[in-house]
Design a protein around this ligand. Structure first.
Ligand SMILES: [Ca+2]
Ligand SMILES: [Ca+2]
Length: 494
């Protein structure tokens, strides 16, 4: 009995750990110029929508007073009036998010700090200048220890070796916790030692910790999470490999890509953030190519890791690409199918034109322009620019209706193509009721899918067909070959 209780308790503890198959979907709750409007109030106004869209975590920008409007040059840590809004507005937002079950994650900038009137006169809380690492560019009374990581040009690098500094950082984190923050996103973790992140997490017990190790090298990011032990990291390597795969038809590289291929429980996947987005004009790296944004989200929202959606893609801003409907659809698929940060990936195609995989054998996904489909028994659930996602069939889908009618074998052709208003898709083929002489009309369904079904083909009977626009313009390339009983998804060119 006691043993059972213990194992029950253990399984409960594991289930709430971010490292044991987290179902969370995260939203980056800001972009580079968010602070130009009353941001805390804007977020609070959207908190119901954020919950409804399926987000369980939101990463907020640095919420303490800072010398820069974005918040990454922290000044008075204990002063929560910032360019994003007042302390009262922040507290109201944190209360609203927690009330909706959306965990607020704080942006923790502790590699460096700036003085209140100059370079090193730290106030609120007052810290001595000997908290500053020996090799910082400021000339004054500093610590005897060198920086535990990389030096940052533009503020005072702190010496994380010092127990006094550690205590002061822990005190600040606990203050944030008291306000309602549930997790930590550590800024610039190349700037200080991974053992310091471990120490701060051990002493504050966040629901999730994420390190910003800004590097495309999978080994480097993997080494960092191994050293930190109790933190995830943003999967920068996956982001860069997705861009390379999409731009250069290098889909083969996605077979083992990024931190998710090493330890998906420690990977927070994303394709864009406030440093990489188009507004930054390539300040650090090139933005994710617009043409491939949908496929990028189809990949990360079907795959393990904790996916983090960038603000402007979900909540359109400033004319930047609006992916809101596709992202909502993909999040719903992820939730309905129970995909988590540790779901299994079975890659079945990865070549010069496409990548395809089954996730937990519940979701099938293809990115790229090459043809692939999971075949019979799968229903198309979402599709768009260079991607398609299917779920296992089984009668609960909305638009199929191909299950029930007696003894007949149903064969379905689904042609994915936007023909434009007033046009349609027809099918011609070699087996009755299809013929090569004239087409049968397919029916439009949502997502620009043209559907034609028949009970005329025997199970396993091979047939060939092509799609035509307005029964006059033929699909390019060879005939498509299918078998009776299949649902055949076609992505034609004309
Ligand atoms: Ca510095
Ligand atoms: Ca540093």
């Amino acid at each position: 009995m006691i043993k059972n209780l213990k194992s029950l308790l253990l399984s409960f503890l594991l289930s709430v750990s971010a490292f044991a198959g987290s179902p969370d979907v995260m939203l980056q709750g800001f972009h580079w110029t968010s602070q130009a409007t009353n941001w805390w109030q804007t977020l609070e106004g959207l908190s119901g929508q954020i919950e409804a869209d399926g987000y369980t975590m939101i990463w907020l920008p640095p919420s303490s007073d800072a010398a820069s409007k974005e918040g990454y040059l922290p000044r008075e840590l204990n002063n929560y009036n910032s360019f994003y809004g007042s302390q009262a507005q922040l507290q109201s937002l944190l209360n609203a998010l927690n009330g909706r079950g959306v965990a607020p994650i704080a942006d923790i900038v502790v590699n460096h700090r700036v003085g209140c009137t100059g370079w090193a006169d730290f106030c609120n809380p007052a810290w001595p200048s000997w908290y500053i690492a020996q090799n910082d560019e400021w000339n004054g009374g500093k610590s005897g220890n060198s920086d535990t990581g990389e030096a940052y040009c533009c503020a005072r690098d702190l010496d994380h070796n010092l127990p006094q500094l550690q205590n002061d950082i822990v005190a600040w984190l606990n203050q944030l916790k008291g306000m309602g923050y549930k997790g930590w996103r550590y800024d610039l973790v190349k700037g200080f030692a991974p053992w310091a992140v471990k120490l701060y997490n051990d002493r504050t017990n966040p629901e999730i910790s994420i390190g910003e190790f800004f590097d495309g090298d999978t080994n480097a990011v993997h080494n960092w999470v191994n050293a930190a032990q109790n933190s995830t990291a943003f999967d920068f390597p996956l982001r860069f490999q997705l861009i390379d795969a999409f731009n250069n038809n290098n889909y083969g590289s996605l077979r083992f890509a990024g931190l998710i291929s090493r330890d998906s429980s420690k990977s927070v996947t994303f394709i864009e953030n406030h440093d990489t987005e188009e507004q930054r004009g390539g300040a650090y790296v090139q933005p994710f190519p617009r043409f491939h944004l949908e496929a990028g989200y189809a990949f990360i929202l079907t795959h393990p890791g904790i996916p983090c959606v960038f603000w402007t893609h979900q909540y359109p801003f400033g004319g930047f690409p609006d992916l809101s409907d596709k992202i909502r659809e993909l999040i719903q698929i992820r939730k309905n199918q129970g995909i988590t940060s540790t779901s299994s990936v079975n890659v079945v195609a990865a070549d010069g034109s496409k990548y395809a995989a089954y996730i937990d054998n519940k979701v099938a996904v293809k990115v790229g322009w090459g043809d692939w489909s999971p075949g019979a028994g799968w229903d198309l659930a979402s599709s768009g620019q260079n991607y398609a996602v299917w779920v296992q069939g089984g009668g609960d889908g909305g638009d199929g209706g191909d299950g029930g009618d007696g003894t007949g074998t149903t064969t379905t052709i689904r042609v994915h193509y936007d023909v434009g208003f007033g046009n349609n898709i027809a099918i011609r083929g070699d087996s009755a009721p299809l013929s090569w002489g004239s087409g049968v009309d397919a029916n439009w369904s949502s997502g620009n899918v043209w559907v034609w079904s028949t009970d005329a083909f025997a199970n396993g009977e091979t047939f060939a067909f092509k799609a035509l626009i307005n029964d006059s313009r033929w699909q390019s390339g060879g005939n498509v070959v299918g078998q009776g009983g299949q649902t055949i998804n076609v992505y034609p060119n004309f």
